[in-house]
Design a protein around this ligand. Structure first.
Ligand SMILES: O=C(O)CCC(=O)C(=O)O
Length: 289
């Protein structure tokens, strides 16, 4: 397996120690009591979601690769949230709610969260919800906007694997995407087929109801929902010039180039990039050895 250490945990944190010990050095941490005063900690459950926002039609995403001329982040389907919750309880684990903006689509839930004052300039217009059933997996990726993220978790436990930005060279990153190659099973990595993975050393944690995981900008993350759960991500965008420019380039140039090329060349474009993810990583590996 990978060389992994547990993400450090603290019970509570003040602004100064968060900034000094975690934000500035860019180190992940789990803060156990940051949501202690949030109504969500008491309330968020399947029954509550059904009751409050059950009639909302929500887009759902699967883990299948986007082949053909489909957009990389196109929704697989949509349905009422109460029906979706029923499916999850019946064992559905491929369909996930992804980046669902509470402010725009479910303002009823925004009163359940509190914005912590811990030294991150959190963008209050974008509290986004993620939901998955037991066994759901989120492909290894970095976030396109390079935000610092506070991922607050509710419901059943979920496992998160994290690798720092310096290790991007070994991540088999697919060009024009923000993901590692979908063929890699991060639960059971094939080091013969993907030898650069041997270079990785990262961190692992299991999030329980109420935990908040700080994911610093640019960290790779892979997530497995061990049980049905809800996570709320708050984000702080990069403010210094170089990362801010990189974010704009990702959002405006990289993402749109991929969308246009998929339309024009379909599978050929996707397969070209998947191949490049391997050849480029193996070239780097050969040079390093
Ligand atoms: O928790 C999830 O389902 C996904 C969270 C995530 O990948 C993110 O915030 O970037």
């Amino acid at each position: 397996m990978f060389d992994l250490i547990p993400v450090p945990r603290v019970e509570t944190i003040d602004r100064q120690s968060f900034v000094e010990n975690w934000k500035n050095p860019g180190r992940p941490v789990v803060i156990e009591q940051l949501t202690a005063a949030w109504p969500a900690r008491e309330k968020w459950s399947v029954d509550y979601m059904k009751q409050v926002v059950g009639d909302h039609i929500v887009p759902l995403y699967d883990s299948d690769r986007a082949y053909g001329r489909k957009h990389q982040h196109a929704a697989a389907t949509e349905m009422r949230l109460d029906e979706y919750m029923d499916l999850l309880q019946a064992g559905e684990n491929n369909l996930r709610m992804f980046f669902y903006n509470l402010m725009a689509h479910a303002p009823e839930l925004t009163g359940d969260i509190c914005w912590p004052d811990i030294g991150l300039k959190l963008f209050k217009k974008l509290p986004v919800l993620f939901v998955g059933g037991a066994g759901a997996k989120v492909q290894m990726h970095i976030d396109i906007d390079l935000a610092d993220i506070l991922l607050s978790h509710f419901g059943g436990k979920k496992r998160v694997l994290l690798f720092p930005p310096e290790q991007t060279r070994w991540m088999y990153r697919v060009p024009f995407s923000f993901s590692s190659l979908a063929d890699i099973d991060y639960d059971n990595p094939d080091f013969e087929q993907f030898p650069a993975l041997r270079k990785l050393s990262g961190q692992i944690t299991e999030l329980h109801h109420g935990d908040v995981l700080y994911i610093p900008s640019g960290w790779w993350h892979y997530i497995v929902y061990e049980e049905l759960g809800f996570s709320l991500a708050m984000r702080a965008f990069p403010m210094t010039p170089a990362p801010a420019l990189k974010m704009l380039n990702n959002l405006l140039v990289v993402r749109n180039t991929d969308a246009v090329m998929r339309k024009l060349r379909g599978d050929q474009w996707v397969l070209r990039n998947e191949k490049l993810a391997v050849t480029r990583t193996h070239e780097r590996l050969a040079i390093s050895e």
